[in-house]
Write a protein that binds this ligand. Structure first.
Ligand SMILES: [Mn+2]
Length: 377
């Protein structure tokens, strides 16, 4: 479109529109003040408290250090079987990913992650290694991506948000599974735990994206008490109790590994500590669940069991196309391949039972396991 501006002024107008700066034109009657905010697309790990808090903290950091008036728009990413990134999601003037895998797209301008399985391919890992932007950060030694962002923002950019300290603390505790015991992880008394439950169990696609601006500016107790979060928590609390009963019934604990198949329920999002709450002698757990989008094989280890835990769960899941952390990982499979998923789950159960035999040799001996004769379901 030609507004009748000389070429250079049209160029300046474009720059001004994109960077939210004052545009000054040579002809005084055409001086314009452009208030068109720059759009920042923030892709985050969906249905995850750390993912949402990472997006919230990144928002505060970005608006404080890069562009105060940036228009932040959020997009939740979930692990799915097959292709992860559709380039069209990177539709901002800047595009960020927090708490999720790397993308070698040229459109990606910011990246923070702490997952062991951060790179889909060796080519992606090399692409990251060559990056010189100073805006892409990876450190798997961090328990949470929120803490990684807090650390980088303060040490490299001088940004601090003391009023978000409680949020950062809880994101680190929850993602790092640093609960004192299974009871506090499963009984959900703290505001952060209630918000986590609402996030992990949300079914509306806007729930988490609407929550992120709240997490960026409000204290957790206030957010947990807000009508949408409180209502979601109440509803999910009922579901949580059902999960407890179902996993209690189906859990098959043998040789330190509890396996349960709840793939007939057509829902996922149970609290991952339920197996250790119900089966305190379990060192590892393997759960098979199914939703509309995927079948999930969730593999975890008990943060409270004293055994040595030599298995690297991310590495095991990577062999089947999944990933995660050494102590908790998962595999997503197509929703129509239940037989294949069950085979994968049982192979992992068998492998972990071998591990646990050596892991628990130094730990207190376990009493006879429940369901010893029931076989794997
Ligand atoms: Mn995380």
């Amino acid at each position: 479109m030609d507004f009748g501006f000389p070429q250079t002024d049209r160029f300046r107008l474009t720059i001004a529109l994109r960077s939210n700066t004052l545009a000054v034109f040579r002809q005084p009657e055409r001086v314009l003040i452009c208030l068109w905010p720059m759009k920042v697309r923030v892709c985050f790990h969906d249905k995850c408290f750390d993912g949402a808090c990472s997006a919230a903290l990144f928002t505060r950091f970005y608006q404080a250090c890069v562009n105060r008036d940036a228009d932040m728009q959020y997009y939740g990413l979930l692990h799915r079987a097959g292709q992860l990134f559709d380039e069209s999601i990177f539709d901002g003037d800047e595009n960020a990913i927090v708490d999720f895998k790397y993308s070698s797209s040229e459109r990606l301008t910011w990246w923070f992650d702490h997952h062991q399985s951060a790179f889909l391919t060796e080519a992606d890992a090399q692409h990251f290694a060559r990056d010189t932007s100073g805006k892409k950060f990876y450190d798997p030694s961090f328990r949470s991506c929120t803490m990684l962002i807090a650390e980088i923002a303060s040490t490299r950019f001088g940004f601090r948000a003391p009023e978000l300290e409680e949020t950062i603390y809880w994101a680190d505790l929850i993602d790092g599974a640093l609960y004192p015991d299974a009871r506090s992880a499963v009984e959900m008394k703290e505001p952060a735990m209630q918000i986590t439950m609402a996030i992990e169990g949300s079914t509306s696609p806007d729930f988490v994206t609407n929550l992120i601006p709240q997490l960026a500016f409000r204290p957790l107790a206030e957010i947990a008490a807000s009508p949408p979060v409180h209502a979601a928590f109440e509803r999910l609390q009922q579901q949580h109790l059902k999960w407890l009963e179902l996993i209690r019934e189906r859990g098959d604990l043998r040789q330190g590994v509890v396996f349960f198949d709840v793939s007939d329920q057509n829902m996922e999002g149970f609290n991952k500590f339920i197996p250790y709450y119900l089966f305190p002698d379990a060192i590892y757990s393997v759960g098979l669940s199914r939703s509309r989008e995927r079948i999930k094989v969730a593999v975890g280890s008990s943060p409270w069991h004293p055994a040595g835990k030599t298995a690297n769960l991310a590495s095991i899941c990577e062999r089947y196309g999944g990933g995660g952390h050494a102590k908790v990982a998962a595999i997503s499979l197509p929703p129509d391949d239940l037989e294949g998923a069950r085979r994968v789950a049982l192979e992992i159960v068998a492998e972990l039972r071998q591990h646990s035999a050596s892991d628990s040799s130094s730990a207190p001996s376990s009493p006879p396991a429940k369901g010893e004769t029931s076989g794997i379901r």
